[in-house]
Design a binder for this molecule. Structure first.
Ligand SMILES: Cc1cc2nc3c(=O)[nH]c(=O)nc-3n(C[C@H](O)[C@H](O)[C@H](O)COP(=O)(O)OP(=O)(O)OC[C@H]3O[C@@H](n4cnc5c(N)ncnc54)[C@H](O)[C@@H]3O)c2cc1C
Length: 437
């Protein structure tokens, strides 16, 4: 890119969110010029890379941290991803069938499973309640040597796993086939400024003038928003997740019940589609002062979007005043310390595999991303899930912690409609319905 170029839409960020939007705009609208700018040399190398997330297509059936309302919302987002992936010629690289379950351990959690089955199963026709004998058949290592009562609910024959980086590449390839999409790699956006009826997007190699800008740059989206005076009601709390590997002990995904006092999902174990022969356990939940895992140059960016003012301090105080949260957070710090981390993580992982041995458990070095969790300063609480800042003037900022990869098409469809409306473009609803339903 040299000097100043004109385009209709700029998408900042080539993770799964930006890629999904590029695909939708190219495939279902008549917008002539769409440009995606990604600061690294590849598509979806950060949180959307399968190495750094849990690869789960979240349908809401086994996530005990979701209310029924939230579950039904993610169910729709997951269906869009599944429909796209299953029609793709490379579907076997995109989406995978594994059994999945959420495991209730002990009397209280088992009762919860039974209750949840009653309220959720009408909405999830393939969901089953698994008693100990069923669990032993599906996941023998989960029951081996176990004394406590267990009950699970789950699904044995459904698409539960996605290689989100491969999916993002598929979106980009489809988008580029339209010849209306330009994808620029190693194109770091330095600033966005309003100009005439649109925006100027500044990069080191030149500027772009765009009529609409969508920023899907993880925690950096908030930084761009705040530099432009938007989203000042938010701060960003980056919550990193690490993983551990064992040789294969599970046939599918086994989630555990979330402690309701903790805002972060409990650990699970599952096959890693990128590492055949291994089962992966995690993710942990570690508050880290950086917007990108292992990228220490993003510490200053974190300091800009954390802004430790009175509302943020109140949220942090409320969070840490719970004894369970303090213990959990401290434990998650210890999970990173060589020498003791495997021993400590083993205690948690044994909730899933009671006979797991220390020698089989390895810390997954360099693996795991960061969830940019938003702090809502007005309501003084954590805002779980995706957040969007859309001032209505041709710019949108997306911040996407879990289940952001599952919701990529659902969220991108919202942005597509905003772009179409703002630019007066055409949306090919018939083609959209035919492909994505
Ligand atoms: C440990 C963990 C487990 C998870 N598990 C799941 C799961 O099982 N299922 C699920 O659905 N979700 C999961 N998530 C969440 C999911 O990974 C994210 O919601 C999703 O990947 C976000 O995609 P994104 O494109 O919005 O952001 P990212 O993937 O973070 O992409 C943002 C992109 O913006 C680029 N960028 C940043 N700044 C600039 C700039 N200045 N100029 C140009 N480009 C820029 C970055 O390089 C990056 O490529 C998990 C997350 C974590 C951390």
């Amino acid at each position: 890119m040299a000097h100043t170029q004109d385009t209709d839409v700029v998408i900042v960020g080539g993770g799964i969110s930006g890629a999904a939007l590029a695909y939708l705009l190219a495939r279902y609208t008549d917008i002539p010029r769409i440009t995606l700018l990604e600061k690294y040399a590849g598509i979806a190398t950060l949180n959307s890379h399968g190495r750094n997330n849990s690869q789960t297509l979240h349908c809401g059936d086994i996530e005990t941290n979701y209310t029924l309302e939230k579950a039904l919302q993610v169910q729709q987002g997951a269906a869009l991803v599944a429909r796209y992936a299953l029609q793709h010629p490379a579907r076997d690289e995109l989406i995978f069938k594994y059994p999945k379950m959420v495991l209730g351990v002990g009397e209280k959690e088992s009762a919860l499973m039974r209750e949840r089955f009653r309220s959720f199963s009408p909405h999830y026709p393939t969901m089953r309640l698994f008693e100990a004998t069923d669990i032993a058949r599906i996941e023998p290592e989960v029951t081996r040597g176990r004394k406590e009562e267990i009950v699970a609910l789950g699904v044995t024959d459904d698409y539960s796993t996605v290689n989100f980086q491969r999916l993002a590449i598929a979106f980009i390839e489809d988008a580029q086939a339209s010849k209306r999409v330009t994808v620029e790699m190693s194109a770091k956006v330095q600033a966005i400024t309003p100009e005439n009826n649109g925006f100027r997007v500044h990069t080191a190699t030149g500027d772009l003038r765009a009529r609409f800008v969508v920023v899907s740059a993880g925690g950096h989206s908030l930084l761009f928003a705040q530099q432009m005076g938007y989203g000042l009601q938010y701060a960003c709390l980056p919550v990193a997740g690490s993983f551990y590997y064992t040789p294969t002990v599970l046939n599918g995904k086994v989630y555990t019940v979330q402690n309701e006092k903790l805002p972060f999902a409990a650990i699970h174990g599952d096959p890693d589609v990128l590492m055949p022969g291994k089962t992966r356990f995690g993710p942990t939940a570690l508050i880290l002062p950086m917007l990108e895992r292992y990228h220490y140059n993003t510490i200053p960016d974190f300091l800009r979007v954390f802004s430790l003012d009175a509302p943020v301090m109140k949220v942090m105080y409320d969070l840490f005043k719970e004894r369970d949260v303090r213990r959990y957070m401290a434990k998650n710090v210890l999970f990173e310390i060589p020498g003791i981390r495997r021993m400590l993580f083993l205690q948690d992982a044994r909730k899933i595999i009671p006979q797991m041995q220390l020698k089989d458990l390895k810390f997954a070095h360099g693996i795991g991303g960061v969830r940019p969790v938003m702090i809502d300063k007005i309501n003084r609480k954590l805002h779980m899930g995706e957040a969007k800042i859309a001032p209505g003037n041709g710019i949108i900022f997306n911040m996407t912690p879990s289940p952001g990869a599952t919701s990529c098409l659902q969220n991108a469809a919202r942005d597509m409609h905003s772009v179409v409306q703002h630019l007066g473009a055409r949306f090919d609803e018939a083609a959209y319905k035919k492909t994505l339903g």
